[in-house]
Design a protein. Sequence first.
Length: 95
Amino acid sequence: MTTQHTPGPWKFVGHNAIRQSIVKAGERTIYQSIGDNSEIGDANARLIAASPDLLKTCKSLVRMILGYMEDRRTFSDTLIEKAQQVIDRTEGKER
């Protein structure tokens, strides 16, 4: 199962009239903080806005590392497995 998300880019656009942090993809609101102070809400909003790029980068890194490693097992296997778990969780394919 592959979960589809709203395509990026996502952008932290600032605050609305009641100081909620807002992330948008074009005109579509992706995230609106509720109950966070503006500092925490802004940090969450920036992380959420970066999510599509973070996922894309993680997937690229895993492909590159696996291509380089071929059949070799190294200390980086754990890191690759963790990265793949994050990718899987993001795409709704938890193991």
